[in-house]
Design a protein around this ligand. Structure first.
Ligand code: MG
Length: 213
């Protein structure tokens, strides 16, 4: 029984990988640089994307937002006057390449040069489903505690960059940023940014990395 499950899972991953490759080819053929923002619920993914949009007034940005239900994030992004597509997964805890493929048909790819995708909020499922983006970023906040990395190593391993957000709250709630950094370093050398998206602290460095890709 387990053998059948494992081969089914392999098929699903392989199909997703093939679609993701097609997405990457499509995006590159339009000269679009793309980022997949993964991370926990409430880590600050949407606010971070809002700041990035506002900080890049000369870029033509398109956004795809994923949530299990509703259009709260979609409405927030929409206020920034960029094309945005909402995806509701219903039950699924991650976006996949198939969903992105359909979302892209609702964007004018000739009119954008930067694509931000906000994945479903959790640190488990999105790791297994690359979306064909150039880079994958995982965002956590100190309010989740200082053991997030050691508990979910896979998503941090596959990420091109890690953002530790809400650092202004670390002392107040007694969370050790060096401990989080220690866990990250244990996984290998990772580009890591310390930010407070609310005040804008640290966003300049993230922005510099993003635009240098
Ligand atoms: Mg969000």
């Amino acid at each position: 029984m387990h053998k059948i499950d494992a081969s089914l899972a392999r098929d699903i991953y392989a199909e997703n990988q093939a679609l993701a490759q097609g997405i990457q080819d499509t995006l590159h053929s339009h000269g679009i640089l793309s980022f997949d923002f993964m991370g926990s619920i409430g880590s600050g993914k949407t606010l971070l994307i809002e700041h990035l949009i506002d900080s890049l007034p000369k870029r033509n940005i398109g956004v795809i937002v994923g949530d299990v239900m509703g259009d709260d994030d979609y409405k927030r992004i929409k206020l920034h006057d960029v094309p945005v597509v909402n995806i509701n997964t219903g039950k699924e805890c991650h976006l996949d390449a198939h969903l992105i493929h359909h979302a892209l048909s609702q964007l004018n790819l000739s009119a954008i040069d930067l694509l931000f995708i906000e994945n479903i909020g959790n640190l488990v499922c999105p790791a297994d489903f690359p979306l064909g983006t150039d880079r994958r970023i995982v965002i956590i906040s100190v309010t989740e505690g200082d053991d997030m990395v050691r508990k979910h190593p896979l998503i941090f391993q596959i990420a091109d960059a890690i953002v530790i957000n809400k650092i202004d709250l670390a002392d107040i709630i007694g969370v050790s940023i060096p401990k989080i950094m220690g866990d990250i370093n244990h996984l290998g050398r990772k580009t890591t940014f310390l930010t407070d998206a609310k005040s804008g602290t640290g966003l300049d460095k993230l922005l510099a990395w993003l635009t240098s890709q």
